[in-house]
Design a protein around this ligand. Structure first.
Ligand SMILES: Nc1nc2c(ncn2[C@@H]2O[C@H](COP(=O)(O)OP(=O)(O)OP(=O)(O)O)[C@@H](O)[C@H]2O)c(=O)[nH]1
Ligand SMILES: [Mg+2]
Length: 380
């Protein structure tokens, strides 16, 4: 880790840009919330740019947000802190479009965003970025498992340290998916968050429905301290424990029907087949997401746990002659096995629907112990 105090490269901007980081655990709804916030800012006449992040390219998040007509750049190959120079390059590309606001989603496995990203950006580029209070989004299911410790799965136990560190370094805790909660449940969870993090603002939103997004926007657009809850010590030991059980797969696949196939049926069967394969190996489904493109239109689908059903978003593409599939799977399976399972599932479903499938790219990784370019502990 460098002790460097001069900026790694010069970055200029015609005007200071408001930079909002939206962090949180796997499937918390970061991308959905980023999109909801961006749409709301656009309504106010602001230009918005987006930065996505993952351990590998072929990202579903980037594919989905690229449909919004806003400038998007992606940082792949590791978290923002480890790929700090790539983050700067990505940011510069978006800055060329002169956005007023940039929204960036750190990859879900990152739990040291303040020390390795926010504070270095403030230190080196304080005149370019006005960094917003750091929002960490929370899925109620994970909160039940990891904070209230109600029936935690083996996965939840392994990854709880990362989840807790994410909450610890937040300036604002954002309880998402309120549409799935009764008033009593929401109150119970907000209360639990307040008890564990007494001095932090806690907000409840539904990124999907838009509830609470106005209030959230006001909080992140105000001049308020950002990155004030830095984690004093780098503790990446949880990655060694968790990393053993986590496989990360990104793939792109060309699908051609003989002559047509239902895009939704393909997506639905593929998610179910992957879930079946994971369960057959005693593994949990953490988050499987996909995007299917056809003629500039995109359909998204997610599977957010072993006992959940596929959820669809975007456009229903109907019957298509050909489509491009981007598949991202995060499962408790070692990467090489996960690659084999995913390839088999892609071909099996294609065969069942009389589709010709060609895997164009397939990467599998095990998120490694972070190795950030900078780590700063003193709030700037
Ligand atoms: N019911 C409900 N579902 C939501 C909400 N926000 C997000 N989701 C769903 O949660 C799933 C995951 O959403 P994403 O936005 O991809 O979550 P993410 O945190 O970006 O996921 P990763 O980048 O994989 O960590 C999708 O099926 C979304 O539709 C919400 O407010 N309510
Ligand atoms: Mg996302």
């Amino acid at each position: 880790m460098s002790e460097q105090t001069v900026p790694p490269k010069p970055i200029t901007s015609a005007k200071p840009v408001h930079l909002i980081f939206v962090g949180g655990f796997l499937g918390a709804g970061k991308t959905t919330a980023m999109a909801a916030l961006a749409r709301r800012l656009l309504q106010d006449g602001l230009n918005v740019g987006l930065v996505t992040n993952d351990h590998a390219d072929e990202m579903v998040d980037a594919a989905l947000v690229s449909q919004f007509g806003m400038p998007v750049a992606e940082v792949s190959g590791g978290c923002f802190g480890c790929e700090f120079n790539d983050l700067l390059d990505a940011t510069e590309r978006v800055l060329q479009q002169e956005p007023d606001v940039l929204i960036a989603e750190p990859v879900a496995s990152c739990a040291d965003t303040v020390a390795t990203v926010i504070l270095p950006l403030k230190q080196f580029y304080g005149s370019v970025f006005r960094i917003a209070p750091f929002s960490v989004l929370i899925d109620p299911v994970r909160l039940y498992e990891m904070l209230l410790e109600e029936n935690p799965s083996e996965f939840a136990r392994s990854f709880a340290p990362i989840f807790h560190r994410q909450l610890e370094e937040a300036d604002i805790l954002v309880l998402n998916k309120a549409d799935k909660l009764s008033t009593e449940e929401a109150q119970k969870l907000v209360e639990a968050l307040r008890q564990h993090h007494p001095s932090k603002p806690v907000l409840t939103i539904s990124a999907k429905r838009g509830d609470g997004v106005d209030e959230w926007m006001q909080m992140v657009m105000q001049e308020a301290p950002a990155g004030s809850r830095v984690l004093e010590k780098a503790d990446y030991s949880a990655y060694e424990v968790g990393g053993v059980k986590l496989g990360w797969l990104n793939a792109s696949v060309q699908l051609v029907g003989e002559p047509f196939f239902s895009a939704r049926e393909y997506a639905d069967l593929l998610l179910r087949r992957l879930r079946e394969a994971a369960l057959g190996r005693g593994s949990e489904v953490l988050h499987i997401k996909l995007a299917l493109y056809c003629h500039g239109r995109v359909m998204g689908a997610n599977l957010l746990g072993s006992d959940t059903e596929p959820v669809f978003g975007g456009e229903d593409l109907g019957d298509v002659r050909q489509a491009m599939l981007v598949l991202n799977a995060r499962l408790g399976i070692d990467p090489p096995t996960l690659g084999g399972i995913a390839a088999q599932a892609v071909y099996d479903v294609a065969k069942a629907l009389r589709v010709d499938a060609e895997i164009l790219k397939l990467h599998t990784v095990k998120p490694s112990v972070p190795c950030p370019a900078f780590r700063m502990c003193n709030p700037v």
